[in-house]
Unconditional design. Structure first.
Length: 75
């Protein structure tokens, strides 16, 4: 948390986090909403890892990136 809050480009980071959160909540009528909640819980309990989102969604990061980009073009 301190690394993010002290980052020189914190505004850009928060904008990206907000956009990604919106994607996870709203994409395909909320397909990833429960996944977001699970990932947030893992972040707070310390059980997160770099592959958690991919495992939880059943999509690799390349596919999630494509979905995210398509979602953002609609916004």
């Amino acid at each position: 948390m301190q690394d993010i809050q002290g980052h020189p480009e914190i505004a850009k980071l928060y904008s990206q986090i907000a956009a990604m959160t919106s994607f996870l909540i709203h994409y395909d009528d909320g397909r990833y909403r429960d996944t977001l909640v699970s990932c947030l819980a893992a972040t707070y309990d310390g059980s997160q890892d770099p592959d958690l989102l991919a495992r939880a969604t059943g999509k690799d990061y390349a596919e999630l990136d494509k979905q995210y980009q398509a979602f953002m073009k609609l916004r």
